[in-house]
Design a protein around this ligand. Structure first.
Ligand code: DON
Length: 353
């Protein structure tokens, strides 16, 4: 690692950044996590990433959902929550953004809670599509038609599986489940829902195509509507990191202690995240970062470090595949510095140094 001699400018920059750091514990370093790297080390790396990328203007807000085009593209927040419920946040951490496709992880989890992994695998599957997340061609071409729970078609099929006498009952069940995973009551962002519902003809087309192949399990348009609501749930970056930390903690919310997801379902979720969490960018992500993660076109990405915790980053501008540019850069830097890559020799029990 390069070591620079401390200079006045960088010391001043560090002091400015420190003013933004919001330790959620009474005092930093007061509690030592048995599982996470030393807190001071994590803080230093997160600050470094924040400083390095805060002025990066690459990428572009999603605009196919009109509301998202108007979100301030400079918003930038980072949160880490550990499995022993320590948290570290930096930047725009109170801004509530739409969870979008990250919701798909938790609806897949809910479907498995209700029906078990075998049925969910049978009804939805978990194969890479090699296409954009909203591809009609993937539905037509793939033997399963649904692909996986993280592309729009597979996600709509997953929602259709979830039980409920009415679409409202289903929606309330989904919102309640997400809230338990986050450890806080989450809410719909109504303007996002309205904006998306007015423009989601593509998803309606996907649902009808699924009906043609008998791969949707409730009324197609009602399923799209519940799916649109789940994508419009608001989260701040800390809530998102806590949702990831629940996955990292084998399904037990580290803040509330509730076992929200059965431990035996976690490997199926994490494997889908590795395979399809960043859509067309998933291979490159696995190669460079090696962590299960999920992105959303709202600008959020959450990455899970099993047994240790999760990092969530929010920054609206996206790359071509629909993944937040800054979030990818921050998580890659943090994961590499802290040696979180699941496939690294150290992670599999072989010492690398
Ligand atoms: O259905 C859609 O297109 C959006 N509600 C969600 C897409 C999304 O977040 C894809 N993410 N990268």
């Amino acid at each position: 690692m390069l070591r620079r001699r401390p200079q006045l400018r960088s010391i001043m920059a560090l002091m400015v950044v420190m003013a933004f750091v919001t330790p959620s514990l009474p005092a930093l370093g007061q509690k030592t996590s048995p599982v996470a790297p030393a807190r001071a080390q994590v803080e230093a790396v997160v600050r470094e990433a924040y400083e390095k990328f805060k002025n990066d203007t690459s990428g572009k807000n999603a605009d196919y959902i009109p509301y998202l085009a108007h979100v301030d593209s400079k918003l930038f927040g980072i949160a880490i929550v550990t499995t022993d419920n320590q948290s570290l946040t930096l930047g725009d951490v109170d801004y509530s953004f739409s969870i979008q496709s990250i919701s798909k992880v938790f609806s897949q989890a809910l479907a498995m809670e209700e029906f078990g992994p075998d049925k969910v695998f049978d009804k939805v599957g978990s194969e890479p599509t090699g296409r954009a997340f909203n591809s009609v061609f993937a539905v037509a071409d793939m033997p399963t038609h649904t692909g996986n729970a993280y592309v729009n078609a597979g996600a709509i099929a997953t929602v259709s599986l979830i039980s409920g006498k009415t679409p409202d009952e289903k929606w309330n069940k989904i919102l309640d489940f997400y809230s338990r995973v986050a450890g806080e009551k989450l809410k719909l962002i109504d303007e996002v829902y309205k904006s998306e519902a007015a423009t989601n003809t593509g998803n309606k087309a996907l649902s009808m195509l699924l009906a043609k192949y008998d791969r949707i399990y409730a009324d197609p348009f009602e399923s799209v509507d519940v799916y649109t609501k789940q994508c419009s749930v608001g989260v701040n970056v800390t809530q998102l990191a806590r949702m990831g930390a629940t996955l990292a903690n084998n399904g037990k919310n580290p803040a509330t202690g509730e076992q929200v997801i059965k431990p035996e379902n976690i490997p199926h979720i994490l494997s889908t995240m590795i395979m399809a969490g960043l859509y067309d960018g998933s291979g490159s992500w696995a190669w460079h970062v090696g962590l299960p993660a999920k992105s959303g076109v709202g600008g959020g990405i959450v990455a899970v470090v099993p047994g240790k915790g999760a990092i969530a980053v929010f920054a609206p501008p996206l790359d071509e595949a629909g993944n937040s540019v800054k979030a990818q850069k921050v998580i890659q830097l943090v994961a590499n510095r802290l040696d979180f890559n699941l496939f690294s020799p150290r992670s599999v029990g072989l010492k690398s140094d």
